[in-house]
Design a protein around this ligand. Structure first.
Ligand code: 5GP
Ligand code: MN
Length: 360
């Protein structure tokens, strides 16, 4: 399984990056530079994307625990609050939320000698902190598995075939020859990201995903406990909201094998919906054999957020990128728009025929 580390590319030279991504030969050379970089204690800042999920949190905290062991001074920043269900992850209480503490977060990046960007690949995914990071001159490393990386980092470990960034953080530690540092705490973080990004090993897996997971179990991770923490944590209001979505808000376009669920601002009030409460609802529509595309469209205070999922060859990443200012993976993407909910619903219905052949 090839993973790629590549060297500095000038900002904005996307083609060079794409060529360099396939340059296996420079991997060894660069990993020794990174080893050297991490030899002496440094100030390190780690950031992942807005609305962090299990992979964003797991990869950032695993890397922090690993670098802590090596004597570095590590701060973890997330642009926005994380779902409380991930409260079991080690060190999560020390995460800095830049929306809430912008000065502390900014200082963490300004003081850093190394910045790791995990589970996202363009600086606009981290809003204001993107500008702060862009203006720093320290070494930046990107570890990620999304399509179309922006060349803002000095070193990238990017592999779109990887199940998760957590799988790649494991590979990174492996490349440094320091797997022996992975115990149950780092393991809990890494397996959390693998489980959540693969929907419990249902999609995005490859043989290496299972090999890494097996190694984590050998390192002492209790996977049964993790699955219980991750999935058996719904509140009553979330199940009632799911019922509402499926009974009252689901619209099917059978000729385009597509399902849409939308939520209005009023729904947010009625069901007291908070960040993370809607997680996973989009996937239910794909449980129907004749549905291949699922859209979950929600009216937020200032924007409309769109969450897309698909089966097989249909790329929702293209839909998100081309029409909703977003991106992600082929079968799981998202985006947003400053527009009215009704207009986004209409727009989605108008563009879907370009991506799915009409059924007889
Ligand atoms: P979700 O639908 O769970 O919010 O996101 C699914 C996937 O789409 C994630 O991998 C996430 O990184 C990506 N994604 C979600 N929202 C956005 C967005 O606004 N912009 C981009 N570029 N990617 C997004
Ligand atoms: Mn991920």
């Amino acid at each position: 399984m090839p993973v790629f580390i590549l060297k500095k590319v000038p900002y904005g030279v996307a083609e060079t990056v794409h060529k360099a991504i396939f340059a296996h030969s420079i991997m060894k050379e660069n990993i020794s530079e990174i080893k050297e970089l991490l030899t002496y204690p440094k100030q390190v800042a780690i950031i992942s994307h807005r609305n962090p999920d299990g992979d964003a949190l797991g990869s950032a905290l695993a890397l922090k625990l690993f670098l802590d062991q090596k004597g570095h001074m590590v701060k973890v920043v997330m642009p926005s609050e994380y779902p409380s269900g991930f409260g079991y992850l080690p060190e999560i209480d020390n995460v800095i939320i830049s929306d809430e503490e912008p000065d502390i977060a900014t200082k963490a990046f300004q003081d850093a000698q190394i910045i790791f960007c995990l589970d996202f690949n363009s600086l606009d995914r981290i809003d204001k902190m993107g500008k702060v990071i862009h203006e720093t001159s320290c070494t930046k490393l990107l570890i990620d598995h999304h399509l179309d990386p922006e060349p803002f980092a000095d070193y990238m470990l990017t592999d779109t075939d990887a199940s998760s960034t957590c799988e790649l953080v494991y590979e990174f530690i492996h490349m440094l020859g320091e797997e022996s540092r992975i115990g149950p705490r780092i393991g809990d973080c890494l397996l959390t990201g693998i489980i959540t990004d693969t929907g419990s090993f249902k999609y995005n897996t490859r043989p290496n995903t299972y090999r890494v997971s097996a190694s984590l179990k050998e390192a002492g991770v209790d996977d049964y406990r993790l699955q219980d923490k991750i999935y058996n944590c719904l509140q009553e209001k979330q199940l009632r909201l799911l019922g509402h979505c499926l009974a009252n808000r689901m619209e099917l376009l059978p000729e385009y094998r597509t399902g849409i669920i939308h939520l209005t601002k009023e729904d947010y009030k009625t069901f007291d919906i908070r960040r993370g409460d809607t997680e996973g609802i989009v996937n239910y529509m794909l449980m129907m054999r004749h549905i291949d595309v699922a859209a979950f469209i929600t009216e937020q205070p200032t924007i409309v957020k769109i969450s897309l999922r698909s089966k097989g060859a249909i790329s929702v990443q293209e839909i998100a990128r081309n029409h909703f200012n977003g991106g992600g993976h082929k079968n799981a993407s998202g985006g947003s728009a400053y527009a009215k909910l009704e207009d986004i619903l209409t727009k989605f219905k108008n563009v879907i025929p370009r991506y799915v052949k009409k059924q007889a």
